[in-house]
Design a binder for this molecule. Structure first.
Ligand code: HEM
Length: 99
């Protein structure tokens, strides 16, 4: 998440003037006193979510794309430039028990 400096400050020799938008890069949960309090919860859930995505969907490259462009696109969250096509594996959907 971006933060805004409320006063001029000096961090490790770098002068950060008041009003500068700052964010901690490459640390997915941030750091310092405003770092993500849900980190441990999220780390436990991420594996479960990934396993479910791999199990329930067939993953394909977009039509005509030979290699995925892993360039990062910045927004509220960081995501990669190219998207994969996910098709649900309907055979995995739970079937009602007979009888
Ligand atoms: C993969 C999952 C997650 C990622 C990557 C993530 C990442 C982040 C980041 C980067 C921040 C800002 C840290 C900063 O400003 O320096 C943040 C803040 C926060 N996160 Fe998460 N988060 C995740 C999941 C969660 C979950 C599961 C919860 C709650 C159950 C949660 C609750 C919060 C809250 C309340 C804040 C605001 C903390 C504050 O401003 O003091 N996050 N998170």
């Amino acid at each position: 998440m971006p933060h805004l400096s409320l006063e001029d400050c000096n961090i490790g020799g770098y002068v950060v003037p008041v009003g500068t938008t700052v964010f901690v890069n490459f640390l997915p949960f941030g750091s310092g006193r405003r770092m993500c309090p849900g980190m441990n919860f999220a780390l436990a859930l991420i594996e479960l979510m990934l396993v479910n995505l791999v199990y329930h969907f067939d993953w394909e490259m977009p039509r005509g794309v030979k290699e995925i462009d892993m360039t990062e696109v910045f927004g509220l969250t960081v995501h990669q430039k190219d998207k994969l096509i996910l098709t649900p594996r309907l055979s995995c959907v739970a079937q009602p028990l007979e009888g």
